[in-house]
Ligand binder design. Structure first.
Ligand code: SF4
Length: 408
């Protein structure tokens, strides 16, 4: 699952598992029916083309109404991401900044992706880790993980996002059980971006120290999803769509949602589907917190061209629209974006940033080995430089998110 930091996902060889009622456990080769309601129900009701047309039909008046609303609805979000909202960008930016400071103060949290493995049993057209790509595969062992952790701690990081390809047999629950507790000892916050798991597995990982899971849908457009996921378990769009529900039921503290911009022909429609997904999750799993990423497709081994290009201005519009739609949502901006864009977007609504990311296993202790990368990053500045830019914008870089003894 491609880290929206940079990130990848799922495995082809799924061993038969006992079917746990209500646990959303996946049986070998067959998707288990979810016993409880999931976002799939809402997703099936939504018409992609109709959503796209509704967004394009929004007028300046709809945007004015959305800007004036004390609490914004999904219809307001549509207006704010529509072409009609483009002339309102300065007002949107001003409001977005004010809301962000009210809720999050003058802070930006830092995290770093730690790539544990580039093994993957899927073929995704946009990812360098795809199983059919001929690149050297590597899965870190205990010693190598320890070296990576120490290298990250020495740089000053305290919040880590564990990333793997999706290979359930070689980098599955046994691997996570063995290594999570050790990694946890080094960091105050532990997030994961790996293959979608069952509710019971997420609940178990929580007991080993897991705080957050990022599970990006890539695209909510079924034909584009099928076009870009060519082999492996990840082809099962509904298993993925229901993953955030399984996380919510497992009581995971923070859940990350998002779509990969450029995979489908309409970034606005995809973003609206993400908003529907967020609204569903907040209604059904209100105990969890949510974070969001809006990655734009980056070059990778195998090189896929985006179906649509989103301009910097449009990405700023989207960031502001998200903040106006949800003042409490964490918004994360990764090293996929350029230094200039990240510096400029800092104050608008961004609450989390990565820095110095390496998208290959072993990259922090051993240095760059380009042939192992998932995709090319755009902002290669060292952490100190990014933190200095944050301070220059009048904000405080924060490395420690939470004390585990406070009871999360
Ligand atoms: S190829 Fe694997 S690692 Fe890459 S996006 Fe697909 S599932 Fe994730």
């Amino acid at each position: 699952m491609p880290s929206f930091d940079a990130s990848p996902d799922s495995a082809a060889l799924c061993p038969p598992l006992p079917l746990g009622e209500g646990l959303g456990v996946r049986a070998s080769g067959v998707r288990a029916q979810e016993a409880e309601p999931s976002f799939i129900d809402r997703w099936r009701e939504l018409e992609w083309d109709d959503i796209g047309m509704q967004i394009r039909a929004k007028t300046a008046r709809d945007v004015e109404r959305a800007l004036a609303a004390p609490r914004r609805t999904l219809q307001d979000f549509m207006a704010l991401i529509s072409p009609a909202a483009e002339p309102f960008l300065p007002r949107m930016a001003e409001l977005a900044e004010r809301l962000t400071r009210q809720r999050f103060g003058n802070t930006v949290g830092f995290y770093v992706p730690l790539y544990l493995s580039n093994l993957c049993a899927n073929d995704c057209s946009y990812c360098g880790f795809s199983m059919s790509n001929r690149l050297k595969r590597k899965t870190l062992n205990a010693e190598e993980i320890e070296r990576e952790c120490l290298a990250l701690k020495a740089r000053g990081f305290d919040s880590v996002l564990l990333v793997t390809g999706e290979h359930e047999t070689k980098v599955g629950m046994d691997y996570f059980r063995e290594h999570l507790p050790r990694i946890r000892r080094h960091f105050s916050t532990l997030a994961m971006e790996v293959q979608p798991l069952s509710q019971a597995e997420y609940a178990e990982l929580k007991t080993l120290g897991l705080d957050a899971v990022m599970v990006y849908q890539e695209t909510y457009h079924a034909p584009a999803y099928a076009r870009h996921h060519l082999r492996g378990n990840k082809q099962d769009i509904e298993w993925r769509l229901a993953t955030p529900d399984r996380l919510g039921r497992a009581g995971v503290d923070k859940i990350g949602l998002g779509a990969l911009i450029g995979l489908s022909p309409d970034w606005r429609a995809d973003s609206y589907f993400v908003a529907e997904h967020l609204a569903w999750m907040e209604r059904h799993h209100w105990q969890s917190r949510y974070s969001l990423s809006f990655p734009r497709l980056r070059p990778c081994t195998g090189g896929l061209e985006p179906e649509v290009t989103m301009s910097d201005r449009q990405l700023v519009q989207l960031i502001c629209a998200w903040r106006l739609f949800s003042p409490t949502l964490e918004l994360s901006l990764s090293t996929r974006e350029s230094p200039a864009f990240r510096n400029g977007a800092l104050r608008l609504g961004i609450t989390q940033m990565s820095a110095e990311s390496r998208t290959q296993p072993g990259g922090y202790a051993e240095g760059d080995k380009e042939e192992l990368e998932q995709f090319a990053i755009h902002d290669a500045r060292p952490l100190g430089e990014v933190a200095a830019a944050v301070r220059q914008a009048g904000l405080q870089p924060v490395f420690k998110d939470w004390e585990p003894f406070l009871g999360r």
